[in-house]
Design a binder for this molecule. Structure first.
Ligand code: SAH
Ligand code: SF4
Ligand code: F3S
Length: 441
């Protein structure tokens, strides 16, 4: 066993878990390969948030099994692994081991077990405190951007959502540990950290350690100020839970230039009736108050969101209220999803009464409105200069570099390899469908 192909589906928490796994594998002398066909082990990090996401696991295992030559060992990790456990061996033929979201720290143990005892090994155990996770030699998705989990799990139990079941209860990392990681990343040349979690602003550590001396009305806004004080160039955070989003977070952004001007605040619906059935714990009115404060900020904060269309009981009137909220909020970007019933969630027991055709129609209609608003938003950048972290060569056009602005917009521009990893000022000349184009000034 030498070469490992690691494939990741799902959210930033899965990307972060894959980075930890990759780091453990490398420490064990295993090589991560880009070419799946040469791999002795194929590891699939799965997502269960919608049926389509879960389906990808079945498709991928089928494809790997069809491959010519020697068959690789197949390991399944992530949210499907945590939810299904050993039943996966019965559901999908050819899987060798299953590693839950709480067992990512023990990947090497799982591999050893399979090599010595054969297939059929599952570990869904408690997540150990991986606070000593070494940042210095970590395998990352980017040289200049790093994800730092600050809170794991979710206690919110929105009625449609599987995440509280696949990720367990909320646990916050001590601020002192987060700050240690950020300082180490900064020393290693990382320019941008993303503080990540299902609900970052529900951050509630069991100790004050690291937060002493930082003001703020919630532990999260104090953490933001503490991380800002490390002096790292850019700090982004997601996702924020609307109920727990307070003005103090905007104030922290206003006081610290290195706290980036981007807030992702998933509203899910513009109808109070639907929000109540989703158990989102915010109303359209309370949400609007929060975004009014965000929009009033001189920092020019970009607001993004997630929406579910076709939730059980969503009428045309409810949907029209969502459209209305879109016009009001003028999101920089919106991720729109069709409701997908997830087994064992409370909404699963509700009648999924919006037909697939109607869900598609609402999806497309909202997407059309959003595209229009986004185009207007992007055109507003033409002639302006934005600060961009040059992250990589553009995949489409090799003479261009690609990166993100402080407000998390993709910006492409002609540039040399020497610029990679640095922050440059780019004057925007063109607005594309989902990105901006410009020239370094
Ligand atoms: N913690 C974040 C989001 C986690 S999941 C939050 O609370 O906002 C990412 C997005 O997937 C959600 O915001 C929601 O829009 C969508 N989603 C979750 N469950 C879904 C389901 N059953 N069907 C369709 N979309 C879903
Ligand atoms: Fe899911 Fe709601 Fe938790 Fe977000 S807050 S992860 S949507 S249960
Ligand atoms: Fe998917 Fe699990 Fe994230 S279900 S969205 S990978 S927490």
């Amino acid at each position: 066993m030498k070469k490992v192909y690691l494939e990741t589906f799902g959210c930033q928490m899965n990307v972060s878990d894959s980075e930890r796994v990759a780091t453990s594998l490398a420490a064990e002398g295993l090589e991560l390969v880009e070419d799946e066909l040469s791999a002795d082990l194929v590891l699939i990090n799965t997502c269960s948030v919608r049926e389509k996401a879960e389906q990808k696991l079945y498709t991928r295992v089928g494809e790997v099994k069809l491959r010519e030559g020697t068959k690789p060992v197949i390991g399944v990790m992530g949210c499907v692994a945590q939810l299904e456990g050993e039943t996966l061996f019965k559901k999908i033929n050819g899987i060798d081991f299953v590693l839950g979201t709480r067992a990512v720290g023990r990947v090497n143990e799982a591999i050893r077990k399979v090599l010595s005892d054969g297939p059929g090994y599952a570990d869904l155990g408690e997540r150990e405190a991986d606070y000593d996770w070494s940042v210095a030699d970590a395998q990352r998705h980017s040289r200049s951007v790093a994800f730092v989990p600050i809170i794991e799990g979710c206690n919110k139990f929105c009625t449609y959502c599987i995440v509280p079941f696949s990720r367990g209860r909320e646990t916050s990392l001590p601020a002192s540990e987060i700050i240690r990681q950020v300082l180490e990343l900064k020393r290693n040349g990382v320019k941008e950290v993303h503080l990540i979690g299902q609900n970052v602003n529900s951050y509630r550590p069991s100790t004050e350690s690291g937060l002493e001396g930082f003001k703020g009305s919630s532990p999260f806004s104090r953490l933001l100020r503490a991380v800002a004080a490390t002096g790292i160039e850019r700090i982004k955070f997601n996702t924020s839970f609307p109920r727990d989003f307070n003005a103090d977070i905007v104030e922290a952004i206003e006081e610290n230039e290195n706290l980036c001007n981007w807030v992702h605040l998933p509203v899910q619906s513009g109808s109070n009736k639907v929000l109540k059935d989703m158990r989102r714990l915010h109303t359209v009115e309370s949400y609007k108050k929060k975004i009014d404060r965000i929009k009033a900020s001189p920092r020019n904060i970009a607001l993004t969101t997630d929406i579910i269309v076709g939730f059980p009981g969503e009428t045309i009137e409810d949907f029209e209220q969502t459209m209305g909220l879109f016009e009001y909020s003028e999101y920089a970007t919106a991720y729109i999803f069709k409701y997908s019933p997830r087994p064992d969630t409370p909404a699963y027991a509700m009648r999924d009464d919006v037909s697939p055709e109607e869900k598609t129609r609402r999806f497309l209609e909202l997407e059309r409105v959003q595209k229009h608003l986004q185009a207007k938003h992007l055109e507003g950048y033409i002639g302006r200069t934005v600060s961009v972290l040059a992250e990589k060569r553009s995949a489409k056009s090799p003479s261009d570099l690609s990166g993100h602005s402080t407000c998390h917009r993709v910006v492409n521009f002609p540039g040399s390899d020497g610029m990679l990893g640095s922050i440059v000022d780019v004057r925007i000349t063109q607005a594309k469908a989902n990105s901006l184009y410009g020239e370094v000034v």
